[in-house]
Design a protein around this ligand. Structure first.
Ligand code: PNS
Length: 159
């Protein structure tokens, strides 16, 4: 079974992320969405909420997708999942700079690691979780960018 780990903050998961997962399933049997706890200082309950929202947003893929959080080094988590593949989406050249640095660091820590970088579908190339959070916090409509359950949660959280 070919497994790939898709790490990120997913704060929140967007339709851009979902598109990456969907396309990765053409290449892999299973995608493990991995929410990095160390990426920020958010509480366990907020990470738990992100996991829950990812599970709703990715439910259509059934058992081919699992959602977990991880603490510590990404490369260790990848090994625990019994794979060597890491998946990331790429929107812009700026993304590439950031990804390339992370990729090289991770390959220095573990030379066995392989990266799969998928270009974001052009219709989502402008989309970012940060912008979605900002729009929702200011009372804007984010339903075009995220799963309805995520949009509802952000709308409630902004009140
Ligand atoms: O979506 P993001 O915020 O770019 O995701 C960042 C994430 C979670 C992939 C990154 O912070 C990470 O891998 N954290 C785990 C800690 C780690 O292994 N750090 C070394 C990587 S250079």
């Amino acid at each position: 079974m070919r497994i790939v780990v898709y790490p990120g903050s997913f704060n929140p998961i967007t339709l851009g992320h979902t598109n990456i997962v969907e396309r990765a399933l053409d290449l892999f049997d299973k995608v493990v969405v991995a929410i990095g706890k160390s990426a920020d200082k958010n509480s366990d309950s907020l990470v738990q909420k992100r996991i829950e929202l990812c599970r709703y947003a990715l439910a259509e893929f059934g058992e081919q997708v699992s959602v977990q959080s991880f603490d510590g080094l990404l490369v260790d988590f990848v090994k625990q999942q019994q794979t060597k593949f890491i998946l990331r989406g790429l929107r812009t050249l700026t993304d590439y700079d950031y990804e390339y640095q992370m990729l090289e660091m991770n390959r220095h820590i573990d030379s066995n690691i392989e990266y799969v970088l998928l270009p974001t579908a052009s219709r989502w190339s402008f989309l970012s979780s940060t912008r979605v959070r900002e729009i929702a916090a200011l009372g804007g409509d984010v339903s075009a960018f995220v799963h309805p359950v995520v949009a509802e949660y952000l709308q409630r959280a902004s009140k």
